[in-house]
Design a protein around this ligand. Structure first.
Ligand SMILES: O=C(O)CCC(=O)C(=O)O
Ligand SMILES: [Fe+2]
Length: 169
């Protein structure tokens, strides 16, 4: 995050304090059973539907030998994010989009394990403070025509709204 702040022309500690000084981070270990082990009638419910991540930045470590994560490119095509051993997939989150006034765009992604093996991923979500009011930073507004393209968002409210919409409870 320090590198991203510097790249945007901000001080390296721009995400400290009220924005992400007390980050609501979480680490999820996610299991994706192989379809063959799931009863036919439940198969469409498995995996992870298309979404963008909610916070600032996500680091995903996926099984080396199973292609299941797909990302949508700028042409609207779904392409595989093939695992590269020893690396992490890095996803930009919604809060970084708002803060940067759209300079950083979150990538839509989804997961379906179509292999013969159980897939595991470890995803580390680096998020804003739960009660942070995130809005386009002034220097990002200046770089993008001077107008805020996004309304203020309370991160915790955004998180709860998306979780309630993305998961079947
Ligand atoms: O399992 C993966 O590769 C990604 C999971 C994911 O996108 C998420 O939990 O937000
Ligand atoms: Fe995700």
């Amino acid at each position: 995050m320090r590198g991203i702040a510097l790249a945007l022309g901000a001080p390296s500690d721009a995400f400290q304090g009220g924005t992400a000084g007390d980050p609501f981070w979480y680490l999820r270990l996610i299991g994706y059973p192989a379809p063959a082990s799931i009863p036919q009638e439940q198969r469409t419910d498995t995996g992870c539907g298309a979404h963008t991540d909610y916070g600032l930045l996500t680091l995903v470590n996926q099984d080396d030998d199973i292609c299941a994560l797909e990302v949508r490119n700028l042409s609207g095509e779904w392409i595989q994010a093939k695992p590269v051993p020893g690396t992490f997939v890095c996803n930009i989150g919604d809060m970084l989009e708002v803060w940067s006034n759209g300079i950083y765009q979150p990538t839509l992604h989804r997961v379906f394990n179509d292999s013969l093996h159980y897939r595991v991923s470890a995803a580390f979500f680096y998020e804003s403070n739960f009660d942070a009011v995130v809005e386009p930073a002034e220097l990002c507004r200046e770089k993008t025509g001077g107008v805020a393209k996004y309304d203020k968002v309370v991160y915790g409210e955004h998180l709860v709204k998306k979780v309630l919409n993305n998961f079947v409870l």
